[in-house]
Write a protein that binds this ligand. Structure first.
Ligand code: FAD
Length: 306
């Protein structure tokens, strides 16, 4: 097999160079950690004293490190770093009609507030999804888009799942099986009547973990302000990134106006309650943030439409 191996007393580290060899390795060692930036795993090992005897580095597997065009969007390899993703998106933003790249613009804007440059230079999009932190900054945007995730394994072959309300099954858990790898993430271009916003509230503006993150993905009926489809996703309001399904459903058919806003506020308070003992505290503040970040999206999208 073609890979580099480093053997230590506690850990063996593999660097495969093809998709086939990474699948072989993951099949042989289902508990192996796939590590790209090590910005999650490193913390687990150093501060939570987790032990991972087998580590696989996918940085030399071409299919996991490319961004390719797929007609109505981009397939981003799971090991593509946040910085490379940002740069590639920027090229498409400069090239394509404005309406088509609203998804890419929203993601790039969020990346501004995602960690610092050092972290973004090494951390990958796949690591953010697979870790599934409830306060991830990218996952709410990806879930509001219900992006398609391409998985691969020796046992099941190719399998695709949507990053919708069923993807995360519990605190930092998801539907991906132990011997599967995340191959790529399909980020769709936006359509003419679709708008997307993502906002993060943290204690400090730069390089801080979020208190609440919101992503709003709305599509209007042609040339109107009537909501055809909408998805509101939130981080920091549950043990998993959450789509406010009930609220989203109840807004379909409504006009983008203050009446809709009131309805959304009422519904959000009901749908994302937070128990008084929820980890992280700041219960009232976080509940207020769901409304205030939605208000921010509402105003910004209204301005964009006019
Ligand atoms: P790694 O640590 O390499 O891997 C993370 C997990 O994903 C592992 O369990 C790994 O096995 C799994 N994995 C990775 N790739 C695959 C794959 N292809 N298939 C299957 N499993 C895979 N996060 C935020 O959301 N916002 C922030 O502002 C933020 N700031 C941070 C600041 C600091 C200082 C640090 C240390 C972390 C921060 N993070 C933040 C968290 C972290 O940087 C992100 O989650 C990042 O995207 C993780 O990527 P990585 O490549 O480093 O993951």
């Amino acid at each position: 097999e073609e890979y580099l191996i480093c053997k230590g007393s506690k850990c063996t580290w593999y660097r495969p160079t093809s998709l086939n060899s990474i699948l072989e390795l993951k099949n042989k060692h289902p508990d192996a950690k796939i590590v790209v930036g090590n910005t999650e795993v490193g913390v687990e090992v150093k501060f939570k004293h987790c032990v991972y005897p087998v580590i696989i580095m996918p940085n030399c597997v071409p299919e996991m490190n490319n961004v390719t065009e797929i007609g109505d969007g981009l397939a981003v390899g799971a090991a593509v770093t946040l910085m490379d993703m940002e740069h590639t998106f920027k090229k498409y933003i400069d090239l394509l009609p404005k309406y088509k790249t609203r998804t890419l613009v929203t993601i790039n804007k969020m990346l501004n507030w995602f960690a610092g440059k050092q972290i973004r230079n090494v951390a990958a999009i796949g690591g953010n999804i697979m870790t599934g932190s409830p306060i991830s900054d990218l996952n709410p945007i990806l879930m509001s888009l219900k992006v398609k995730l391409n998985l691969l394994s020796k046992e099941f072959g190719h399998r695709s799942v949507l990053m919708d309300e069923s993807f995360f099954t519990g605190y930092r858990r998801n539907v991906v099986k132990a011997n599967e790898i995340l191959l790529s993430i399909e980020i769709p271009f936006s359509t003419r009547y679709q708008y997307l916003r993502g906002y993060k509230q943290a204690k400090r503006r730069e390089d801080d973990i979020s208190i609440v993150t919101a992503a709003i993905n709305v599509e209007f009926q042609e040339n109107t302000n009537i909501i055809k489809d909408i998805n509101l996703a939130f981080g920091g309001m549950a043990p998993v990134t959450k789509i406010a399904t009930k609220t989203s459903q109840s807004l379909i058919g409504q006009k983008w106006n203050e009446e809709m806003l009131e309805k959304a506020f009422e519904s959000l308070l009901e749908e994302l309650p937070l128990s008084p003992s929820a980890p992280g505290g700041n219960i009232r503040f976080r509940r207020a943030l769901t409304m205030s970040l939605f208000l921010k999206s509402y105003l910004s999208i209204a301005k964009d439409m006019s």
